[in-house]
Design a protein around this ligand. Structure first.
Ligand code: NAD
Length: 350
């Protein structure tokens, strides 16, 4: 297994392998770039089949965090940690204490946070061993009360702001009354996004593999529930993916009619080349790592102790960034993802 010649290696500053015999911890931390500040990124726990898979993931994801934080105008670099293990079987307090020690050994060059397979509980354990843990839940919540470390409401708000900007850019609409939006997945982010949209007067269609989630959106927000496959072909203004990645692919593209794709899900494009196809068709695609940055902004404010008003204003900056991406993409005849990458690189100084 090579690192420096790995296909995902992109001049990462540090790639550190950590092992603790007593707890069985096997983990990798990658710091991709720290030009703008310490590298913040989640700690993923996943039953990787081998070390190579884990390395690939940590290299790819840490690079993505550099771009995401730069686009979000945060004083942060990009990093990520992966733990090789099954989150349903291999978790223990001792394992996460050892992981906390591993994070601490980088002396603050890497700040960890929750990701797939980890959550506030694990962050709290790691925080016992290291100061360099974000999202353990300390700050006041947006609506008051004690903060639980869940960044989803901020992610939803940023996505809402992004949809507003996309509607203005693509449809020339200043207000969202009557805007037709199809939301795929009404979980933590999708439901909260639906609430914002409903308040703004939008008409909603939703689907969810958990029927109860879809029903809740119908009962509480008057959303129309549709089937999992039906969601793509709806005659709507916005398709908002808020479930899983890879859902923009050649099959779904054939059905998709919405002139705008703007949602919170990570890695929406099954293949980067599809951005060009979307551009050709005149579909405005809000790059996922730009529009869903509310979460990382939230985690940063929890850590840095900024006020709710400052957090809200910063999340609203996602709109400005998207506007710049959309305008540049039009004037340069390039895809929104190519422009977003370039903008991030300008910001982090590559
Ligand atoms: P979640 O698990 O709370 O919600 C996802 C919802 O999608 C669930 O209700 C689930 O039942 C539904 N779903 C799953 N597969 C589906 C399918 N095939 N069709 C329809 N519905 C389906 O997750 P979340 O925290 O709301 O995150 C949603 C997406 O946004 C994920 O891709 C996540 O990576 C991304 N994201 C989340 C945050 C955050 O702050 N939570 C930040 C950035 C990105």
């Amino acid at each position: 297994m090579s690192v420096f010649t790995h296909v995902e290696f992109d001049h990462h500053e540090q790639v550190v392998f950590g092992h603790d015999k007593a707890t069985g911890l096997k983990a990798i931390i990658a710091v991709h770039n720290s030009n703008l500040g310490p590298a913040l990124g989640g700690c993923r726990m996943w039953p990787y089949l081998n070390d190579e898979q884990a390395l690939r993931d940590v290299l790819r994801l840490s690079r993505g965090m550099t771009y995401k934080s730069a686009l979000a105008n945060l004083p942060l670099g990009g990093g990520k940690a992966v733990i090789i293990g099954d989150p349903h079987r291999d978790k223990s307090e001792a394992l996460f204490q050892a992981m906390g020690d591993f994070v601490d050994s980088l002396g603050g060059r890497y700040i960890t946070a929750a990701d797939s397979g980890t959550g506030v509980t694990e962050m709290r354990i790691m925080a016992e061993r290291s100061r360099h843990v974000a999202g353990a839940g300390t700050r006041e919540a947006l609506g008051g009360g004690v903060r639980d470390g869940n960044p989803s409401p901020s992610t939803a708000y940023g996505t809402f702001v992004g949809i507003r900007v996309a509607a203005k850019h693509r449809l020339g609409r200043d207000d969202l009354t009557g805007l037709r939006v199809a939301i795929q997945g009404v979980g933590q982010v999708g439901f909260s996004l639906a609430q914002y949209l409903k308040e703004a007067g939008a008409q909603l269609w939703v689907c969810d593999i958990h029927e109860a989630n879809a029903r809740k959106a119908a009962e509480q927000l008057g959303a129309q529930v549709v089937g999992q496959n039906e969601i793509y072909g709806l005659d709507v203004d916005v398709f908002a993916p808020c479930a899983m990645g890879g859902i923009i692919n050649p099959q779904t593209l054939e059905a998709l009619r919405a002139p705008i794709i703007a949602g919170a899900a990570n890695n929406q494009l099954a293949d980067a080349g599809l951005a060009e196809e979307l551009r050709r068709r005149g579909t405005l695609y809000a790059p996922d790592y730009a529009i869903n940055a509310g979460g990382i902004i939230d985690v940063w404010y929890e850590r840095s102790g900024g006020s709710e008003a400052e957090l809200r204003k910063h999340v609203e900056g996602i709109g400005e960034t998207l506007r710049e991406i959309f305008v540049r993409a039009d004037s340069e005849g390039r895809t929104t993802t190519a422009v977003a990458d370039r903008l991030a690189e300008e910001r982090f100084g590559r």
